[in-house]
Design a protein around this ligand. Sequence first.
Ligand SMILES: Nc1ncnc2c1ncn2[C@@H]1O[C@H](COP(=O)(O)OP(=O)(O)O)[C@@H](O)[C@H]1O
Ligand SMILES: [Mg+2]
Length: 364
Amino acid sequence: MTSDLYVGLMSGTSLDGVDAVLADFAGAKPRLIAAAGVPFDALLRRELLALNASGDNEIERAALAGNALAARYAASVGAVLAASKVTAAAIRAIGCHGQTLRHRPERGYTIQIGNAALLAELTGIRVVADFRARDIAAGGQGAPLAPALHAAVFADPAEDRAVLNLGGFANLTFLPRAGAVTGFDSGPGNSLLDLWAAQHLGQSHDAGGAWAAAGRVLADLLERLLQEPYFALPPPKSTGRDLFNEAWLRKAFRGGEEPQAVQATLLELTARSVAAAASAHCRGARRLIACGGGAKNDALMRRLADLVAPALLEPSSRHGIDPQHVEAMAFAWLAKQALEGRPGNLPSVTGARGPRALGAVYPP
Ligand SMILES: Nc1ncnc2c1ncn2[C@@H]1O[C@H](COP(=O)(O)OP(=O)(O)O)[C@@H](O)[C@H]1O
Ligand SMILES: [Mg+2]
């Protein structure tokens, strides 16, 4: 049987590490062959977080962080190849998202680092990277880019559906039975929850949302946070740490907030902003398919399930793909589109002037 093998690499705004998949696109539906995760060590995570804002000597530091990322990316490619016993020569390309340091479509740019040239050198495999820039050049948001893959894997001709990706930020893809696929970032996903858990629990995240679940939601704080104008903007729209960061959160404090209550409020903020966005822009969806690491936050999933009912909320694993692998598969698919000269963006999602072939190719 012939195969059409690509590796997809996703390292998102949560800064938790790299998710790698090996996918086969030869059949009617994309097939996942192997997956691996390579976590970032605390030092790299801290440097990437720091590089999300201006700082001393940031150009050189970003270049060095890009080299460090390429080494992690190469390790994760090695891990999926070893897990599947597939050789590097059998892979057509690696689709590498890179690490976002800035995302400012309204100013006409987005920056992902990761030294794709070094990754090609380290693996001997063709690399496709820098997917978002062309969509922005064509007037789009450059994000989200996963909806086309969401449509290929999760759409159902008998039912309106939505896909909810709970990464550092949350994005929704609406998959109506008929009509155009739409999608957008609703706002915070895990990023503020992680930030607060790091500061008050000394942990990378609040496992299962247990700490938040035992806290009391601060209704006044929640109201102030929900007044953020981004939530009311119509799609297309995309966001990130440029807006939803620690300064944004602290601006809403009035003093004396109890840490656990803040965590409870942040969980409620993610749940409420996602549910409101789904009801406004994914109208009629009977099922929300959740992916991203936030799908493992039980407290968040329980709260969301209540808010979106009677629509059903279920993890993507019910549909054959583990939540942690969906976005990486999207970048494997985008690499394939790039090599075949086909569009990767959906203008109905990003708002670009038209479909565009995305990405820059680094030969093996
Ligand atoms: N067991 C868990 N409980 C709560 N949150 C979790 C759990 N596992 C993962 N997460 C959350 O998921 C995040 C990673 O999700 P991911 O989809 O990789 O996001 P990104 O694409 O932004 O990197 C972690 O930072 C964490 O907040
Ligand atoms: Mg991640």
